[in-house]
Design a protein around this ligand. Structure first.
Ligand code: COA
Length: 258
């Protein structure tokens, strides 16, 4: 079977590629582990100066694998061995080197929230971002309840997080979620070119700059912990079961009893 996460390091750039296009790059527990292992190893690997997360021209990622949510819900309680998704979110938050993302097509759920931790994000004009947590009977993760609100202000963050409707590249650019829009066929190459520029810069200066820019976010860790607690409880609740089953069965959910 093909690896669902491809890892490649060249000229100082670690590239992590979602490679499960037949499922729109939906992320399984094994994929979170692969991403986390690669990023954790990159922290102390001098051969990695910059990291890039990318998908394909047709899809960045459809977010968490919905079958995994139903059959293998992550343990998000504090203490013990962190679930793969939690391990990934922790290193995403704490990754000390520049992290870039190249987004084309759908970027659903964590496909959008992970961007809030990236330093530079480039998107194809076909990019479709969405935060459908409430529609799935869930709540935000990855610190999005704090980071998105800081980025775009409360009313707009509430609209995105509560209604969960898709928004597109132009709006994402205007919101400050992404740096630039490029043709979908060029988004990965453009992002690699930007990563190469960063890989040629002094590592310690970049690390210090990133650490300083993140320093004010002292609430991020407790907010992420609170999000995970709510998320874990909601995931095991009736609304999430109904919503996720409905998406998988391609029908409308019935929340009349939730
Ligand atoms: N988990 C598991 N499988 C998924 C998936 C997900 N998050 N997203 C898509 N897939 C699967 C589909 O079930 C389908 O599988 P099948 O061919 O075996 O039926 C395949 O990927 C293609 O998806 P499809 O819906 O036909 O593609 P599309 O281009 O019409 O739509 C999306 C793409 C991403 C907009 C749509 O698939 C979608 O909304 N997915 C659910 C996203 C979601 O809710 N994620 C959780 C966020 S917390």
């Amino acid at each position: 079977m093909l690896d669902a996460i491809l890892t490649h390091t060249e000229a100082g750039v670690l590239t992590l590629t979602f490679n499960r296009l037949y499922k729109k790059n939906a992320i399984t527990a094994a994929m979170y582990t692969a991403l986390a292992v690669a990023l954790e190893a990159a922290v102390s690997d001098d051969a990695v100066r910059v990291a890039v997360i990318q998908g394909a021209e047709q899809a960045f990622t459809a977010g968490n694998d919905l079958a995994d949510f139903l059959n293998n819900p992550p343990n998000t309680a504090p203490g013990g061995e962190p679930a793969p998704v939690v391990r990934f979110l922790n290193i995403l938050r704490d990754f000390p080197k520049p992290l870039l993302a190249a987004v084309a097509g759908p970027a659903v759920g964590i496909g959008t929230t992970l961007l809030l931790h990236c330093d530079l994000v480039y998107a194809g004009d076909n990019a479709a971002f969405s935060l459908p947590f409430v529609n799935l009977g869930l709540c935000p993760e990855a610190g999005a309840s704090l980071l998105l609100t800081q980025l775009v202000g409360y009313p707009r963050a509430a609209e995105k997080l509560m209604l969960g409707e898709a928004f597109y590249a132009e709006e994402a650019l205007e919101m400050g979620l992404i740096n630039r829009i490029v043709p979908p066929s060029e988004v990965n190459a453009y992002t690699q070119a930007q990563a190469a520029k960063l890989a040629a810069k002094p590592v310690a200066s970049l690390r210090a700059t990133k650490a300083l820019m993140k320093m004010a976010n002292t609430h991020l860790q407790p907010v992420m912990q609170a999000e995970l607690q709510h998320f874990g409880e909601l995931l095991r609740g009736p609304a999430a079961k109904e919503a996720i089953s409905a998406v998988m069965e391609k029908r409308r959910p019935d929340f009349s009893k939730c």
